[in-house]
Structures are given as C-alpha cells and as structure tokens.
Design a binder for this molecule. Sequence first.
Ligand code: FMN
Length: 203
Amino acid sequence: MRGAGKKVADKPFHRSRTVYITDSKEDAGEKMELLECFDKRRSVRSFSDEPVPDEVVDNALTAANLAPSAGNLQARDFIVVREEETKRKLLASSPGHGFLAEVPVVIVCCANLDRIIQYGPRGKNLYCVQDVAAAVENMLLYIAARGYGACWIGAFDEKGVSAALGLPLHVRPQALVAMGKPRKEGSKPPRVRIEGLVHRERW
Ligand SMILES: Cc1cc2nc3c(=O)[nH]c(=O)nc-3n(C[C@H](O)[C@H](O)[C@H](O)COP(=O)(O)O)c2cc1C
C-alpha cells in the first residue's frame, strides 16, 4: 500500500504503539499503519474496469476466514462472482446499486444456518449474523490495505440473490461485497462523536 510514513490529518486515534500491516510481495517494504487503514477505509461506489487479481480476492477471503466466530463454528460461506450475467442478476435484486454492473468482483457473504444449529435460536438469529459481519469487516480492511475499494451492500432481495446463486435453503445471503479499483475515492462520512456513544460503567 502506498502512503507509508504519510501523515493523515485529524487522526482519530490515541496511540502508544504503532502496528503495521505488511503488504503483498510486489509491494514488499511498503507499510500502512493498522489504525490508519481503519481510518482510510471508505465505502467505494464507483469502480474502474481494472481487473482484480485472484490473489487479492483469495487473500481477502483468507482475511475473512480469520475473523472470530461463535464457538469457532464459522457459520459463513462466500460466493465469488465474476461473471457479467450473474452480476446483472445481483443488480436486479439490489436496485439502486448500479455499480454492481461495472465492478469486477462481488463476494456474496452468507450465513450457514446448518453450521450454527447447535446454538438454537440465538445462533440462528444472532451468532451467524455476527460471524458474517466480522468476516466482512476483515475483508473490507484487507481490500483497503491493498489499495482496492469495496462497498458492503445489505439492501437486497434475499430471495432474488438466493435464486441467482442457487443457494440451498440453509444458506442465507447477508452482504454483497463489491470490490475493485476505485474510480473515485469514497467521501468520508462523519461519525458520531465518541462521547455521544460511549457510556462508562452503566447507561
Ligand atoms: C450492514 C451494512 C449494510 C450496508 N448496506 C449498504 C447498501 O445497501 N448500499 C450501500 O451503498 N452502502 C451500504 N453500506 C455502507 C454504508 O452506507 C457505509 O458504511 C456508511 O455510510 C459509512 O461510510 P464508510 O463505509 O465510507 O465509512 C452498508 C454498511 C453496513 C455496515
């Protein structure tokens, strides 16, 4: 990742120690601070047609797979979509996300309800959702660290996506991650001030 040593204005973190993400072999020697990566990751909704190498996709999936999961059951599956026709079907089930037609890769992140069955309703309604969310965030951070961009899409018709991908009934699509080289940087939406959402000891 380019930008090692660059100062980022208005860094939101208090830091006593610097943690670096190292990059791929071809970028060996270049580093990005972990916290800087959190700060720089943006939702990207405009992509160039530059292809995304399999290696980047595979590493993004490895990052996802390293995320924590309830009971380490890893109740999540991923479908990598590169074919135009399938992307068009995903777009048909996710109106308002025209960039799905132009993005090189979509990774459909799904909860696997069979794999979480031992935890009953809490597993089905909560743990597998969180398993997928943790994986998606790892994926997004890896993608950002590699100089690519991504958007987490949650607004889609589940039945349409399931039909497009031939998902079995126990597999529930939860997030579409569109990824590619950003055509333009995503804007930086403001965050609630930390004092407005952190409570100490009790509400
Ligand atoms: C659960 C979830 C669902 C989301 N769904 C969509 C979506 O359907 N379409 C979209 O364009 N962005 C979606 N986003 C991205 C958010 O809009 C984005 O993260 C938020 O505006 C903050 O911007 P940032 O990611 O650049 O920090 C989603 C994000 C999350 C976490």
